[in-house]
Write a protein that binds this ligand. Structure first.
Ligand code: MD3
Ligand code: FE
Length: 210
C-alpha cells in the first residue's frame, strides 16, 4: 500500500493520490470483476422516475434500492437476491484510509459502481444513510480503479459552485465532517487511461457506515 500523500481539498475532504500500489489495484480490480460477474451480479438500477442509470452497480453489506432510496437486505427492486458481504480486505482499506484522515468509520455498506466510457453520475448528495451517521459526519470512503474520472465537488447547496477533481486508479477520497453532505458527481470518464492489467472502464467503491 504505497503510503500516499494526503491532499486536503476542504474541511473533512481528503484525497490520497496513489494510495494503492499497482499490484493492490490489479488484485482489487480482479475481485471487483469476479463479484460483478458472480452469483449476485452487477446490474444497472432503474431509479425513481423510471430512468436507468448509466453505471453498473453492486451493493455489498446492504443494498441501496434505487426506487425507494432506502437500504435493505435483499434486492427487492431487482431480483430479490440477498446482498453479498463486504470482503474483509475491502473494509480494511476503507477503515485505514478514514483513520489516516482523522476519522473512525465502520464500513457496513460498499457500493461498487462500474463506469464504461460513456457512463456518468449526476450531481447529488449522499443522504440515504442513517441520520445519526450523517449528523456525526462519519465519512464516506471512495476507492477508484481503472480509467480515470473527472469528478466535481460542490457545497451543501446545489447552487454552490463546483470544483473539478481528477480521480485516478489507486486514489482514495475521504469525505466526512462538514464535507459529508457536499454535492458531487462524475462528469466524464477518460477512456484508455487505466493502468496495465485494468480496464477498460472504471470501478469505484464507496464505503459507508450504516
Ligand atoms: C464527496 N460515486 O456512489 S465517489 C456514489 O465515483 C458516488 O462512483 C462517485 O457519488 C463515483 O454515491 C463518487 C466520491 C464521493 C462520494 C461521496 C461524497 C465523493 C463525495 C460525499 C460528499 C462529498
Ligand atoms: Fe455519491
Amino acid at each position: 500500500m504505497a503510503n500516499a500523500e494526503m491532499t486536503k481539498l476542504g474541511e473533512g475532504l481528503l484525497l490520497f493520490q496513489g494510495r494503492l500500489d499497482a499490484q493492490a489495484q490489479r488484485e482489487l480490480w480482479q475481485r471487483c470483476r469476479a463479484l460483478a460477474d458472480g452469483d449476485v451480479p452487477m446490474y444497472s438500477p432503474t431509479v425513481r422516475g423510471g430512468k436507468k442509470m448509466s453505471v453498473g452497480m453492486l451493493c455489498l453489506g446492504k443494498h441501496w434500492n434505487g426506487m425507494t432510496y432506502k437500504y435493505e437486505e435483499v434486492r427487492s427492486d431487482f431480483d430479490g437476491l440477498r446482498v453479498p458481504p463486504i470482503p474483509g480486505e475491502f473494509a480494511t482499506i476503507a477503515r485505514e484510509a478514514a483513520r489516516d484522515a482523522g476519522f473512525e468509520m465502520r464500513p457496513d455498506v460498499c457500493i461498487m459502481n462500474f463506469y464504461t466510457a460513456d457512463a456518468r453520475m449526476g450531481v447529488h448528495q449522499d443522504k440515504d444513510e442513517p441520520a445519526e451517521t450523517i449528523a456525526a459526519g462519519i465519512p464516506i470512503v471512495s476507492v477508484s480503479l481503472g480509467d480515470a474520472a473527472r469528478f466535481v465537488v460542490g457545497g451543501l447547496s446545489r447552487r454552490d459552485p463546483t470544483s473539478p477533481v481528477m480521480l485516478r486508479s489507486g486514489d482514495v477520497l475521504v469525505m466526512g465532517g462538514p464535507s459529508r453532505l457536499r454535492y458531487h458527481g462524475v462528469t466524464r470518464i477518460l477512456p484508455g487511461t487505466a493502468p496495465e492489467g485494468m480496464g477498460p472502464g472504471r470501478f469505484n467503491l464507496t464505503f459507508r457506515q450504516w
